[in-house]
Design a protein around this ligand. Structure first.
Ligand SMILES: *Cc1c(COP(=O)(O)O)cnc(C)c1O
Length: 401
């Protein structure tokens, strides 16, 4: 494969493992073992069993007829919103909890921003009877009260982080500190294709079940494994990486990644890392990130909490540089419009994150015969307060009904 990680843990010039020396043994243990574990038939049997009977996979690939009529092309939705816990994140946490158990770890740590990854981690820890500690910036703890409650109900300990801006990157620093202090019994469960090598490659491989299923489903429904285009939103990039994985080396399949522009890429209130960022090091890897002139990481902004991340997986920094993936962005308003359109046309309330992917359908005109797959990474229950805030506003266009 052309677009895979090299033996040093790099995707082109991006990636690597920039970590404190004290973490080398932990990272090395994972680097040396992850491929062997995830390719082991026993692991695969258990992973696929849980994906099927616990998470509810395969997720449907649904031909959205009314949406297709509206946009004048053939649109399929990959329904990750129908998974247990409401998004694709469960694919990754199931896989990593099995790896942690294989490595003999009894204590799981994670960081979370909006709380979605924290909930997915707390879920699998309950499933396996493992101790779960989730670091979360104190501001996020206040903003995301329902997810904090969910994590606690599932038995996790949520530790509010008071340092820095009290958001995601501060929670990440605290999780890394914990790992340094508890190297032997603790597994660090990262939630996207970010972090030091091997996490980006590991998480991509676990999420690649999405494109594995798509190939079969497209073949069955359209007579060809390949769509013309796949559109996915990117925060860190895990749902996009998993959906693109089995198509990366096939140049006939157009791949579009959509970042959250927030209020607009030039407003300073954005989370569009490729559009507004520069190369730098964040979370243990070299990638693109949003920073000020002094190289300090700037606080991202998006209406969608899951896309509100100042970096992007190193794979995507490279896929952008090589031109293999086309990057687009959508503002808060554009994403909300697209979400309301999906609700009215298909009876599906999407999460705000994939609403950004849907918004691209407004900007790019696809030929009528194209088969376009949009990854519906999660459902909208968690976003009700944002929808309520905008409902009644001119954002719900009457003409849609
Ligand atoms: C967390 C989340 C995302 C963003 O994460 P990626 O790693 O970029 O996939 C997207 N959609 C939903 C529903 C999420 O919960």
């Amino acid at each position: 494969m052309k677009y895979c990680v090299n033996e040093k843990g790099y995707f082109g010039e991006f990636g690597g493992a920039f970590i404190p020396e004290m973490l080398y043994p932990n990272i090395k243990e994972l680097q040396d073992n992850y491929l062997g574990i995830i390719e082991d038939p026993e692991f695969r049997k258990e992973f696929y069993y849980l994906l099927r009977h616990y998470a509810g996979r395969p997720s449907p690939l649904y031909f959205a007829g009314r949406l297709s009529d509206y946009y004048g092309t053939r649109i399929f939705l990959k329904r990750e919103d129908l998974n247990h816990t409401g998004a694709h994140k469960i694919n990754n946490t199931i896989g990593q909890i099995l790896i942690a158990r294989r490595l003999g770890k009894s204590r799981i740590i994670a960081e979370t921003g909006a709380g979605q990854h924290g909930v997915a981690t707390a879920t699998v820890c309950a499933l396996m009877g493992l101790k779960c500690i989730v670091y979360m910036g104190r501001l996020d703890v206040e903003r995301q009260a329902p997810n904090v409650l969910r994590m606690k109900m599932l038995g996790a300990e949520v530790i509010p982080v008071e340092s820095g801006n009290m958001t995601l990157k501060d929670a990440t620093n605290e999780a890394i500190r914990d790992w340094i202090n508890n190297p032997s019994d603790t597994y660090y469960l990262i939630g996207s294709v970010v972090g030091p090598h091997p996490y980006p490659d590991l998480v991509m491989r676990l999420q690649s079940v999405i494109s594995e299923e798509m190939k079969k489903q497209l073949l069955e429904q359209t007579g060809s494994e390949n769509p013309d285009c796949i559109i996915a939103c990117v925060g860190g990039g895990s749902n996009a990486a998993g959906s693109f994985y089995h198509y990366l080396d096939d140049p006939d399949v157009r791949l579009i990644a959509v970042e959250a522009a927030g209020k607009g890429i030039n407003t300073g209130e954005t989370a569009a890392t490729i559009a507004a960022g520069l190369p730098g090091i964040i979370h243990g890897s070299k990638t693109m990130l949003m920073q000020n002139n002094d190289g300090q990481i700037t606080e991202p902004y998006s209406v969608s909490a899951g896309l509100d991340y100042p970096g992007i997986g190193p794979l995507f920094a490279w896929l952008n540089q090589t031109g293999r993936v086309q990057f687009e962005h959508a503002t808060d308003d554009e994403a909300l419009q697209a979400a309301f359109r999906l609700m009215r046309l298909e009876g599906i309330i999407p999460a705000l994150e994939p609403a950004h992917a849907l918004a691209v359908l407004e900007k790019i005109k696809f030929p009528p015969n194209n088969r376009v797959v949009v990854i519906l990474s999660g459902r909208g229950d968690k976003d009700m307060s944002a929808y309520i805030k905008y409902a009644g506003h001119t954002l719900i266009p009457e003409k849609i009904s």
